[in-house]
Design a protein around this ligand. Structure first.
Ligand code: PEP
Ligand code: MN
Length: 339
């Protein structure tokens, strides 16, 4: 059972609910989000009387959720969650396009990238300082220096930053640099210890889909973050592994409506890592927005041929501007908007 407390519930009211649940022989998980506290009762739920729990002071609702993911489930939260990123809404009517290079390279490259992201009308910027590369002999990212370059370049254009966290030992520095959105990459979707740690911080998290993960595994991975108290989670479909080898991954467009049905949290799409080629990015982006994605994560480089990582799939600044125009048209016919 999950017990959702009112957003103004007091500590004493939370304690009283926890005590009542424990008296019935169940264990509890207390998830303290910024908006509200959600208490998970773990054990034989038949011992808990839903009406009785709902009558306790401070309780908004109590419900049995049979699924293994609960806080992220739409069952208790019918409305779409809108995550506020420094005043920019993710989820809801607006569609946000997050763009920037695959990896942070140099201060010049980041300054040009930030200016191009801004010029295209994107309101958030991406860039990896720590890169999960398949070969240990390729560029591994500029590391903490990269984080510094990214922060400075993005601040100049007043763009919030999205960057990948690979190791919990980097988390404090991410907090020091005030990273606006932490990205958990496909290779770490089920790194449960990492998920538990980002569950403890008050920073929105983009959780990319594991390249061979089912939708249900993905939802449970998100639940790890939510259970720790961080409820600001954004799902990102980035293509999955199949038998097809003609492109890097298969963009699973079907996952968009399925996730939107299962969860109240925003769902975005990364068309760049899905197709793996720049020429496919526009088509996949258009499909994603038409299918109901709340945003996109698009790789763009000021000079794609010279990118240190994922050069084949990066748009150039002009292509990003053109894509934004097309997406605005699609958004408007489905009742959404891109500013
Ligand atoms: C990335 O966004 O640069 C990245 C490495 O993505 P993924 O984890 O989806 O491969
Ligand atoms: Mn990349």
């Amino acid at each position: 059972m999950i017990i959702v407390m009112h957003n103004d519930a007091t500590e004493a009211q939370i304690d009283a609910v926890v005590k009542r649940v424990r008296e019935q022989g169940l264990d509890v998980n207390i998830s303290r989000g910024t908006e509200r506290t959600v208490i998970g009762a773990i054990g034989d739920e038949r011992r808990l009387d839903q009406e009785l729990i709902e009558s306790l002071p401070g309780v908004e609702q109590a419900l049995h959720i049979v699924k293994p993911y609960k806080i992220v489930a739409r069952e208790w939260h019918k409305a779409d969650t809108v995550i506020d990123i420094r005043g920019i809404p993710l989820g809801g009517r607006q569609v946000q396009v997050i763009s920037g290079p695959c990896s942070v390279e140099t201060p010049e490259q980041m300054a040009l990238s930030a200016a191009a992201v801004k010029a295209a009308g994107c309101r958030l910027m991406r860039g990896g300082a720590f890169k999960p590369r398949t070969s240990p002999y390729t560029f591994q990212g500029a590391g903490f220096d990269g984080l510094d370059m990214f922060r400075k370049a993005a601040d100049k254009e007043n763009l919030p930053i999205v960057t990948e966290l690979m190791d919990v030992r980097q988390l404090q520095t991410f907090m020091d640099y005030k990273v606006d959105v932490i990205q958990i990459g496909t290779r770490n979707m089920q790194n449960f210890d990492l998920l538990k740690e980002v569950g403890k911080v008050n920073v929105p998290v983009i959780l990319k889909r594991g390249m061979s993960a089912t939708v249900s595994e993905w939802l449970m991975a998100a639940e790890y973050i939510a259970a720790g108290g961080n409820h600001d989670i954004i799902f990102c479909e980035r293509g999955i592994r199949t038998f097809e080898t003609a492109y890097r991954n298969v963009l699973d467009v079907t996952a968009i409506p399925v996730l939107k049905k299962e969860t109240h949290l925003p769902v975005i799409v990364d068309p760049s890592h899905a197709g793996g080629k720049a020429w496919m990015v526009a088509a996949l982006s258009r499909a994603a927005v038409a299918a109901g994605a709340d945003g996109l994560l698009v790789e763009m480089h000021p000079n794609p041929c010279e990118a240190w990582c994922d050069a084949d799939q990066a748009l150039n600044p002009g292509e990003l501007i053109k894509l934004m125009g097309e997406l605005r048209g699609i958004a408007s016919v489905i009742g959404r908007e891109i500013l």
